[in-house]
Ligand binder design. Sequence first.
Ligand SMILES: [Zn+2]
Ligand SMILES: [Zn+2]
Length: 386
Amino acid sequence: MTIPAVAAKPPLRWLNITVLGLPIVVSLTLVPWYGLTNGYDAYEWAWFLVLLAFCELSITAGYHRLWSHAAYKAHPLLRFIFALGGAMALQNDCITWASDHRRHHLFADNNEKDPYSANNGFWYSHFGWMIRDYPATRSELGNSKDLQKDPILVWQRDNYLALMTAMNIGLPLLLGWLHGDIWGSLLLLGFLRLVVSQHFTYLINSAAHMWGQRNYDPDQTARDNWFIALFTFGEGYHNYHHTFAWDYRNGIRWYHYDPTKWLIKLCSWLRLTSDLRQCSAYRIEMTRVAVQYKQALYQCERLAEAGTWRARLETEYTQLVKSLEQWSEAQQAWYQTKSTALSNELHNDIAAVKQRYEELKQELQYKRNAWQQLLNQFGSLPPQPA
Ligand SMILES: [Zn+2]
Ligand SMILES: [Zn+2]
């Protein structure tokens, strides 16, 4: 009898284990001990929050939406600030980070090619992928040639060790010296801030691929989860992001908690960002409705009178799609007429086109309501008797 060979695990990466593990050990021991014996004051906690936000936003707005996905353009000053914050977050240099992340999107959930595939489980996608030399995690920078031409990123990569030391140790020491508490500042702003910011980011690869809704692409693990968005500066709307990765927003509604989106928008008013890319409302809704239709068709199969329900679904879906198309065309016509007719003082033209747009908008709302009511009915219908 032959005993099947057990696949050996790849060797451990001791450098990563030390660099990522030491701050965790310090945060679990010295940080609370110092807090109990000496205490941390409001100055230190305020800086903790500022630097936490600085690190997180440098990753989400800089490493992620700007450099990995080219969702907008940024002024060199802002790129420089993000490069500093990225070094402080200690998540590798941006060229390597973005290269890994582009492979994460291209091969999402493929255990052989996605560096932090969620199909390998929570621990692997959250942290485990960094501590062993897994083949999928080995850097291949061929997909980040555009970033290798950015002088700020090349500078960051070439001086990464000095930058990350200055930002993680030098800056907390300086803030502590100014305040008269070097050790408290180093522990809170150097160590605890680093661990919290890193694990908040890791939640995007683990939790945001496990819990939540798949509104736009049900075939991949990425989920939309508003609760995870609270810790990740807006990156919790991850199913949307994996579907429309080039959109500068992750939370598309105004009430979605997405501080990264607000920062990018705010910076556009200050002329620090430009060319913000955004998916049209029409395309977003068409994608979402198509997913709902597919899922409802699947649900139909378990119902008595499946054929009747299927026909009803198809009718409502076709009407909704048609209404969406008409509304989208009328909206474009309205925007065009507004810009050309205003300059020629053709006010009657404007009124007629606007009225048509408003009528179609109202009609679309009726169709949306009817569609939603139909979908709600599916949840309460009894299954087909066995
Ligand atoms: Zn993802
Ligand atoms: Zn992404």
